[in-house]
Structure formats: structure tokens, C-alpha cells
Design a protein around this ligand. Structure first.
Ligand SMILES: [Zn+2]
Length: 110
């Protein structure tokens, strides 16, 4: 049986923030794009894996792609992280699997 699985990416949102640019060596307005990577099985989202951020400096155009979404690269990470949550449907596969297992256990016990 061929198990079709892998990872996919969706956009969680964009914004403009004040952040340190390593090329300008100063605080500049930076466009951010946050993405969510998730595991899927037969194209059903199963479990979110990680969040990544792309930072584009509006002054010099420096583009840093797919960095880990953390306070190491985004200064106000703790203020904005709640704006970029994994959507609930990315847990769909795990929820379906849990329901199936619980139903199976209940049917065996009865
Ligand atoms: Zn810059």
C-alpha cells in the first residue's frame, strides 16, 4: 500500500515591524511573512511541525528566507507570536486518528 505523506506549507500572515537588519546594521522597517509547515497524510493535515519567518528589509531589500520563527530573529517575537498560531484544522488527522482509536477501544470493551 502506498502511503502518501509529506510536509506542506501555508501562510499564517504578514506584517511590517521594526527589526534589526544585519546588512544595514540598524533597526529598520522589515516586512515579515510567517509560514506554518505541517505533516500531511493523503493531503489531510496531520500535525503542525514548525513555524518559519521570512524577513525583508524595506531599506536595503535584504531578504532572509525560512528562518525559525523565534526571538532570535524577531525582536518582538513574544508580543506578536499569538498573531501567528497554527490553525486548528492542521490537527485534523491527529483528531480523526484519536477518535478512531477511542471508538475501537470502546467497541472492544463493550
Ligand atoms: Zn537592511
Amino acid at each position: 500500500m502506498l502511503l502518501l505523506n509529506g510536509t506542506a506549507t501555508i501562510n499564517l500572515g504578514t506584517d511590517t515591524i521594526l527589526n534589526r537588519c544585519p546588512a544595514c546594521e540598524a533597526d529598520k522597517e522589515v516586512d515579515i511573512l510567517v509560514t506554518s509547515n505541517y505533516f500531511h497524510v493523503y493531503y489531510i493535515p496531520f500535525w503542525p511541525k514548525s513555524k518559519e519567518v521570512t524577513l525583508i528589509c524595506k531599506s536595503c531589500g535584504l531578504k532572509r528566507i525560512d528562518l525559525p520563527f523565534s526571538d532570535r530573529y524577531v525582536r518582538n517575537y513574544h508580543e506578536i507570536k499569538d498573531n501567528y498560531k497554527h490553525p486548528a484544522y492542521l490537527y485534523l488527522g491527529a483528531i480523526i486518528l484519536t477518535i478512531l482509536i477511542v471508538s475501537l477501544v470502546i467497541s472492544i470493551i463493550k
